[in-house]
Design a protein around this ligand. Structure first.
Ligand SMILES: Cc1ncc(COP(=O)(O)O)c(C=O)c1O
Length: 412
């Protein structure tokens, strides 16, 4: 066997000595200049960029309202509250996501009900239909691939319950020609630095067509102060329990200039994703992401599924070996939420003070085979809008090298 084919993790030469990062934040002079200007004007909150971001984001998504908030997590929390999803409510959601999709249900006082997912990682509407009794659906467009919305919407309509879209991964994604974020009753986008567009810190944005809900959220995000509704005369008069979950001007301005590049970012991600798929599709034991004809994938994350028996590597070792080759791959959501320590111990009031008043299901005995299978076989590959074809080729080369080695080792 040629020395060069020996995996770097076993002492061979890496495919690239210049590490390919997992992601890259793309900032231009626009963001630098606007931050400078804000520092000069010293208007740090409630300025024109928050308004501009909200107006343009609503226009982009195609909703009546967009409301900037301090994070995606805050946005989800406020969305549940706005729909009165609180004590005694149950929310169906996916276990294959970031904790915030489910922890915010708990913050609101409600109970998450996890259902299993489809092979593409998104919530399976058939499993949602089997749940007896629930009050809302919180869906996640995982990695930027829109969920099967029509089937979920049918269930929600039958039950007369709201759909909350967690669109944190899916800025610019589309379902049947409609932008994600305009599908459900309300949607939340994260603007965390790693996301498709970022706010330069924490940030989030909520979209909805519902005037009443939008007004409630504006109140909730700003202390429940009457000022939100009637201006200065309403200062220091409070009409409901509220929070301080607004976005700062610096973050809003950065997010606004990122929004102007969103279509270009998504197109660049899609182009590289297509190329990666072309390069990887012939490699045995590697399953590349699919894009059905009625969905536009935003490719926040390019996730592949590996078959450890075919490639001759366990998933965790394969990820380590890719990193040794200079490719910053990750194992992603490798523990489905119901299997995390928090959910297994959720009824312990020392780790969840809501357990003093709420009894949660026994998540530790829950079996969700597809989510568990995906969590144990997924590999997240690097992807960012400025990735070159050469970098994509290096990623594919490293994967091919490891798979060839693993298969030969299995044969010998
Ligand atoms: C699916 C999902 N939901 C919610 C969030 C929370 O967003 P944030 O980090 O802006 O609070 C994130 C991301 O970080 C996420 O990936």
């Amino acid at each position: 066997m040629a020395v060069s084919s020996k995996p770097a993790i076993l002492g061979g030469e890496p495919v690239t000595k210049i590490r390919i990062p997992f992601t890259k934040i793309i900032l231009t002079d626009d963001e630098v200049h606007v931050v400078n200007n804000i520092l000069k004007t010293k208007i740090f909150v409630c300025g024109r960029y928050t308004e501009l971001l909200e107006r343009e984001f609503a226009r982009y998504v195609g909703t009546k309202h967009a409301i900037a908030v301090s994070s995606g997590t805050a946005g989800l929390f406020l969305s549940f509250l706005a729909f009165n999803i609180t004590f005694n409510s149950k929310v169906v959601t996916t276990p294959l996501t970031f904790i915030a999709s489910a922890s915010t249900i708990i913050h609101a006082g409600a109970v998450p009900i996890f259902v299993d997912v489809l092979p593409d990682g998104n919530i399976d509407p058939n499993n949602v239909r089997e749940v007896d009794d629930f009050d809302a659906i919180c869906l996640v467009h995982l990695y930027g691939l829109p969920v099967d919305f029509d089937a979920l919407s049918e269930i929600a309509k039958e039950k007369n319950i709201p759909i909350i879209e967690d669109a944190s991964h899916a800025h610019g994604a589309e379902y049947k020609g409609r932008k994600v974020g305009s599908l459900g009753d309300i949607a939340v986008f994260s603007l965390y630095p790693s996301k498709i567009i970022a706010a330069g810190g924490w940030g989030g944005i909520i979209t909805t067509n519902d005037d009443e809900i939008a007004e409630k959220i504006r109140l909730l995000r700003a202390h429940g102060e009457l000022r939100v509704l009637i201006g200065a005369e309403g200062a220091y008069e409070y009409i409901r329990l509220g929070y301080n979950m607004r976005l700062s001007e610096v973050e809003a301005a950065i997010a606004y200039f990122q929004l102007r590049k969103l279509d270009a970012f998504v197109e660049a991600r899609r182009k590289i994703a297509r190329y990666l798929t072309e390069l990887l599709s012939e490699i045995p034991g590697i399953r590349t992401p699919r894009e059905p004809p009625n969905k536009k994938h935003a490719f926040y994350i390019y996730a592949i599924q590996i078959d450890p028996k075919v490639i001759g590597w366990s998933r965790d070792r394969f990820v380590e070996a890719l990193n040794a080759e200079g490719i910053s791959a990750r194992k992603g959501y490798h523990i489905p939420l119901h299997k995390t320590q928090f959910f297994r111990n959720i009824n312990d009031s020392n780790i969840n003070y809501f357990a003093r008043i709420i009894r949660y299901p026994d998540y530790s005995s829950m079996r969700l085979p597809m989510a568990e299978y995906l969590a144990s076989t997924t590999v997240w590959l690097p992807l960012y809008p400025t990735m070159s074809y050469t970098e994509a080729e290096l990623i594919a080369k490293a994967i091919r090298k490891l798979v060839d080695w693993g298969r030969r080792r299995a044969d010998s």
